[in-house]
Design a protein around this ligand. Structure first.
Ligand SMILES: Nc1ncnc2c1ncn2[C@@H]1O[C@H](COP(=O)(O)OP(=O)(O)O)[C@@H](O)[C@H]1O
Ligand SMILES: [Mg+2]
Length: 341
């Protein structure tokens, strides 16, 4: 790949230092993605400029006009602290005719709502859990078709925000309590989904037109007991000490029959196309005991740190981390080209 100027957009709080020296594991955990991307792209020979933005568009425009990057690496997950604005940042880059990595605005929007995305997938016969949405300030009544236990989440937040053991409810009283918790604490409508007891499966997909599906990956819950407690709570996802204590790890999903494996990979690809995703995404499933993979959500622009699921699955498939980042940049550039930029 030729040497490029790459502008890396990120949250100002995650601007990485020049080196890891003198930083604790918990500190590094906060900005490891930004650190990995900046240092690896540099090592790949590119000229790289990290830019922290959150409340002002002008710095983005100024850098694009004065420095003339070939591509933007988009690590922004929110703007004005608002995750749903991620699509607007991608739109802004399109209006500036700027090639950028990851997903397009339409895909970001379709994948965001845990309700709309499931309706679209269900239309395309991708198994999804049954669900109901509870808007703020409306009576909380469980539809008769929806059987307990359920898991209650924010309809639009991610990173497991608001997800704890108490999210899995087995009575109408607990359902109402947890829905109210989401309304009051997270400030969004709540979605209650059929709780799928089973394995936690992640599938990386990358591409624009031709797609590459990465090996089926699994989050292993270690010493955490079976059943409702085996979910990716906020603590389980973000607390390194908790992960170590319980032996929580991720790796290739073992002992899947070839039929189930093929089905999961095929469903991941179909989910990616159904939601109009581009660049790279991670499609998450719960694999029920009867072998049905239920799609839980699609994550466009997933966590891309070297040690996390997507990059590890790519490595397992023979794509090294430096190579992966170059491919992600190349996909952004080729998508812009085919859009006539
Ligand atoms: N319907 C479900 N059945 C079983 N577990 C679920 C279900 N929905 C979510 N979970 C658990 O909660 C975690 C977070 O839910 P998810 O919908 O992925 O939210 P987020 O966008 O915050 O990551 C999942 O990784 C899974 O462990
Ligand atoms: Mg998730």
């Amino acid at each position: 790949m030729k040497r490029l100027r790459v502008l890396v957009l990120m949250h100002p709080d995650f601007m990485p230092p020049e080196s890891l020296k003198g930083h604790t594991e918990q500190e590094i955990n906060v900005w490891k993605t930004e650190y990995n991307v900046v240092t690896t792209l540099r090592a790949n020979g590119h000229e790289v400029k990290p830019l922290g933005v959150q409340y002002e568009l002008k710095p983005i425009r100024d850098e694009i006009e004065s420095w003339k990057p070939h591509a933007v690496f988009n690590l922004l997950e929110q703007f004005h602290g608002e995750p749903t604005y991620d699509q607007n940042v991608a739109s802004y880059l399109e209006l500036l005719r700027m090639p950028y990595t990851g997903c397009n605005p339409r895909g970001l929007m379709l994948a965001r709502g845990k309700d709309l995305s499931k309706q679209l997938m269900s239309y395309h016969r991708i198994p999804v859990p049954d669900f109901a949405v509870f808007p703020i300030n409306r009576k909380i009544k469980r539809p008769a078709r929806l059987a307990l236990p359920l898991i209650v989440k924010s309809v639009s937040e991610d990173a497991s925000w608001g997800i704890a053991r108490a999210s899995v409810v087995d009575s109408d009283e607990k359902l109402a309590e947890r829905v109210t918790f989401i309304h009051e604490r997270i400030g969004t409508p709540a979605i209650a989904e059929q709780f799928i007891d089973g394995r936690e499966i992640y599938v990386g997909v990358m591409g624009n037109d031709r797609l590459r599906v990465l090996p089926v990956w699994e989050l292993q819950f270690g010493s955490i007991p079976e059943g409702a407690y085996r979910i990716a709570t906020e603590r389980l996802k973000h607390n390194v000490r908790y992960q170590d204590k319980h032996g929580v790890e991720h790796g290739p999903a073992k002992d899947l029959s070839p039929e189930v494996r093929d089905r999961i990979m095929n469903l991941a690809k179909r989910a990616y196309r159904t939601l109009d995703l581009s660049g790279y995404a991670r499609i998450d499933f719960r694999l029920a005991a009867d072998g049905t993979p239920y799609c839980i959500e699609a994550n466009p622009n997933p966590e891309i740190a070297e040690i996390e699921e997507f990059a590890q699955a790519a490595k397992h498939d023979g794509v090294s981390y430096p190579d992966l980042l170059n491919r992600i940049v190349a996909l952004g550039i080729s998508r812009a080209k085919s859009a006539g930029v």
